[in-house]
Design a protein around this ligand. Structure first.
Ligand code: RIB
Length: 287
C-alpha cells in the first residue's frame, strides 16, 4: 500500500494580476489580465502529490465561498473527506505577477487560521504510524500539530513557507523533513551563504532531512553524510514562478514517501517545478 500523506494545509482563492511591473507605494497601475485560480500552499502541494501518484488526504478548513476548491481537490483524486468548513471566509491571496514571471503576494489567512485543537486531534486520529504528515506555515496551531504528530509517531514534513518570526520557535527538532528556500533557510540557519545553509541546518537538526530549494540554482538535499545537489531544469520562458516551491515539495514527498530515494525524488521535484514556472497559475487547476 502507498503511504498516505496527510496534508494539514491551506486552501486559498488566488486573485492573480498580470503586471508589466509591480505597483510601487503611492502608484495605481492597471493590470494586463486578471484571473482567479485555486491556490494556497496546502492545496497546491496536495495537487502536486496526487499528480506524482501519491496518496494525499487534505485536512484543513475552507469558508463557504471555497467549496469549489474542495471539488477541484477531489477532481485530482485528493481525499477531502476531512476538509472542514468555517464561518470565516476562505483564505485568499492577491498576487501580482510581473513580466519576468516573479510574484508579489498579499495573503489573508481567513478559514486557514481558524483550526482548533479539537479539529487537529480529530484529523490526526486518522493517521497510522506508516503515514506522513505535511504542513506549511499558512495555518494556525502549527507547534501543537508538530508535537501531537510526533507523539503519534508520524513522519513529519514541514515547508517553512511563508517564513515568519514565529517559525524560529516551532519544535523543528521533531521534524523528519524540512523544506526551505534560500530566504527561509538563511533565517533559520543564521547564515546568508547559500552553500553553508544545509550544513548549518543539519548541525541544528541532525535528525531532519534538509531540502533547500534555490530557484534557478537548483536544490540540495542533506542528511547525515548524504549531500545531493540537483540542478534546476531549464525552461524556454519563465511565465509565472507562483507555486514552483509547492510543486517541488509535493512531488518530492510523493516520491520520497514511497521508497526514500532522495535522488529520484529531487529529480522529479525539479521537473515538476520547471513545468510549474512554464505556465500561468500555481497549479494546472483552473477555477
Ligand atoms: O506558493 C504559492 C501560494 O502562496 C499561492 O497559491 C498563494 O495562495 C499563496 O499561499
Amino acid at each position: 500500500m502507498k503511504p498516505r500523506i496527510l496534508n494539514f494545509g491551506s486552501c486559498n482563492i488566488d486573485h492573480v494580476y498580470l503586471m508589466k511591473e509591480f505597483v510601487r507605494p503611492g502608484e495605481t497601475l492597471a493590470c494586463s489580465d486578471y484571473q482567479t485560480y485555486p491556490g494556497g500552499k496546502g492545496l497546491n502541494q496536495s495537487i502536486a502529490i496526487a499528480l506524482a501518484g501519491g496518496s494525499a488526504i487534505h485536512l484543513g478548513k475552507i469558508g463557504k465561498d471555497g467549496e469549489w476548491l474542495l471539488e477541484i481537490l477531489k477532481s485530482f483524486g485528493v481525499n477531502t473527506d476531512f476538509l472542514l468548513t468555517s464561518e470565516k471566509p476562505t483564505g485568499h491571496a492577491m498576487i501580482q505577477v510581473n513580466s519576468e514571471g516573479e510574484n508579489a503576494i498579499v495573503l489573508h489567512g481567513g478559514a486557514n487560521e481558524s483550526i482548533t485543537v479539537d479539529e487537529i486531534n480529530q484529523g490526526l486520529s486518522l493517521a497510522t504510524e506508516d503515514d506522513f504528515l505535511l504542513i506549511q506555515n499558512e495555518i494556525n496551531n502549527i507547534p501543537y500539530i508538530i508535537e501531537e504528530a510526533r507523539r503519534r509517531k508520524l513522519r513529519i514534513a514541514f515547508n517553512a513557507a511563508p517564513i515568519t518570526e514565529a517559525v524560529k520557535n516551532y519544535p523543528l527538532d521533531k521534524l523528519d523533513l524540512l523544506f526551505v528556500n534560500e530566504i527561509e533557510g538563511s533565517q533559520l540557519s543564521g547564515t546568508t551563504d547559500r552553500q553553508l545553509i544545509p550544513e548549518a541546518l543539519a548541525l541544528r537538526f541532525p535528525n531532519t532531512r534538509i531540502i533547500l530549494t534555490l530557484g534557478e540554482n537548483g536544490s540540495i538535499y542533506r542528511f547525515g553524510q548524504d549531500i545531493i545537489p540537483q540542478p534546476a531544469i531549464e525552461v524556454k520562458k519563465v511565465t509565472d514562478t507562483t507555486g514552483a516551491g509547492d510543486a517541488f515539495t509535493g512531488t518530492f514527498l510523493a516520491y520520497f514517501s514511497r521508497d526514500e530515494d532522495a535522488r529520484l525524488s529531487l529529480q522529479k521535484a525539479a521537473e515538476a517545478a520547471s513545468q510549474c514556472i512554464s505556465r500561468q497559475g500555481a497549479t494546472t487547476a483552473r477555477g
